[in-house]
Design a protein around this ligand. Structure first.
Ligand SMILES: [Zn+2]
Length: 301
């Protein structure tokens, strides 16, 4: 039982370690909040340090070795960049969902953690949105500039200090799980939105839904665990939004999708928004079954 670190969503200070997680994380503990079931890494550096590490390790200047650090060439395709086929597919899925449910044409959209700007370019060219990026990597911001996409180079928390009620839609696409404080980033986004504006959060949801991949690809040991401190479920992501004053109005059919996408409306925070907690015991059991299945069938993949 780890104590003293309040849960980012429900504030509970008690959490239970997932026994098998250390096998997949290089020995680093991952915990489940006993109050709401949030799966998270409790030991984290500052938001600036984590943002800098992402900028350096993931989005450094292209160096031509085709290992995916900033490269947008075909050689990086099987690694990770904005042009990797599965990343492009995610972007199209989220863009279509937003457009079909709340509309994008002419909307003022800010993307928090805009990466290489490809998602915003899609929203602008295919859907007619007016786009802006918030991104800590100078290399990425330079690339967005080349694409003609205005941007703020820094963390979401720093951006929020200068941007109030400027946007109708805010997107956080496969980024919220990588922030030092999901609450701080959602609060920053809240301030940047018009009254009644919408936040869109997309992530990979693999908790309390059928397993889609071996556990070693869920808990990765290729980067420090505090670069990916949160593992959301439908309930805990709904709770993270509710805590900040966002009421979920649309969610995708995540049970058989690789994605979890929630669209939530900004309220005036005048009343608490109800949300359902995950049972911590059920979450621990889920990971125990996932671990046993991974060991039995997929360990060598
Ligand atoms: Zn909690």
């Amino acid at each position: 039982m780890a104590t003293d670190v309040p849960c980012d969503i429900c504030g509970c200070i008690n959490a239970v370690e997932i026994p098998a997680a250390r096998i997949y994380t290089g020995g680093h503990p991952i915990h489940v909040c006993t109050g709401c079931g949030l799966v998270h890494c409790r030991d984290r550096r500052s938001s600036e340090e984590i943002a800098a590490l992402w900028s350096r390790e993931i989005y450094g200047a292209p160096d031509g070795d085709e290992k995916g650090r900033g490269e947008l060439s075909a050689g990086a395709m099987q690694r990770y960049s904005a042009l990797t086929p599965f990343v492009r597919a995610r972007h199209v899925f989220v863009a279509e969902m937003i457009d079909q449910l709340i509309g994008l044409n002419g909307k003022r959209v800010v993307d928090v953690g805009a990466g290489q700007g490809e998602f915003l370019r899609l929203l602008r060219t295919e859907y007619g949105a007016q786009v802006f990026g918030v991104e800590p990597s100078e290399v990425n911001c330079g690339r967005m500039q080349q694409l003609g996409i205005d941007n703020f180079c820094g963390t979401a928390e720093a951006f929020a200090a200068s941007a109030a009620s400027l946007y109708e839609v805010a997107t956080i696409v496969w980024t919220l799980e990588n922030c030092q404080s999901c609450a701080a980033v959602i609060d920053a986004t809240y301030r940047s939105l018009d009254d009644g504006g919408h936040i869109v959060v997309a992530t990979g949801s693999r908790i309390l839904v059928p397993f889609k991949k071996p556990l070693q690809y869920f808990f990765s040991n290729t980067l420090p665990q505090d670069t990916h401190p949160f593992y959301f479920s439908n309930n805990t992501l709904t709770g993270a939004l509710a805590r900040a004053g966002f009421e979920v109005v649309h969610r995708n059919r995540f049970i058989d999708s690789d994605y979890l996408v929630l669209i939530a409306r900004k309220t005036d925070r005048s009343r608490p928004i109800a949300w359902e907690r995950d049972d911590p015991g059920a979450v621990l059991d889920f990971f125990d079954r996932w671990h046993r299945e991974t060991q039995a069938y997929y360990r060598s993949m």
